[in-house]
Design a protein around this ligand. Structure first.
Ligand code: AMP
Ligand code: ZN
Length: 112
């Protein structure tokens, strides 16, 4: 637990979240500002700053949970996108690693 980390506070129960999936090692909850009809964040319960800081077992748990969430939210069949924004240029704003699970509409890029 890192006291000044928003997502550590969600893990600890000090900040509310709409949790959709939980294991011993990961937590998944709805993004507060969804960018797609389905937008869930999957985080490790332990604090890691960014994707490259996770040990392989934790990274695997996050990816496995992301696919579980996609199936549970009904977007696995049509397809979905996993995003790890990383660092300043990557657009990371919360420095507790999180996997965005996005779907429910076409996300092809470039559009069209
Ligand atoms: P990133 O820009 O990749 O660091 O993503 C951070 C994400 O966290 C953004 O999509 C925010 O909308 C989301 N977010 C920020 N605060 C909360 C919160 N309290 N509960 C759920 N999602 C949040
Ligand atoms: Zn944290």
């Amino acid at each position: 637990m890192t006291a000044d980390c928003l997502f550590c506070r969600i893990v600890a129960g000090g900040v509310p979240a709409r949790v959709v999936h939980e294991t011993d090692t990961v937590l998944a909850f709805h993004d507060i500002t969804p960018q797609a009809p389905t937008h869930v964040l999957v985080i490790p319960k332990a604090h890691f700053t960014a994707v490259g800081d996770m040990d392989p077992a934790t990274a695997g748990d996050v990816l496995q949970a992301a696919h579980h969430v996609a199936k549970a939210e009904g977007i696995a069949e049509d397809g979905y996108r996993l995003v790890f924004n990383t660092g300043r240029d990557g657009g990371q704003t919360v420095f507790h690693v999180h996997c965005h699970v996005l779907g429910g509409r076409s996300l092809t890029w470039p559009p069209g």
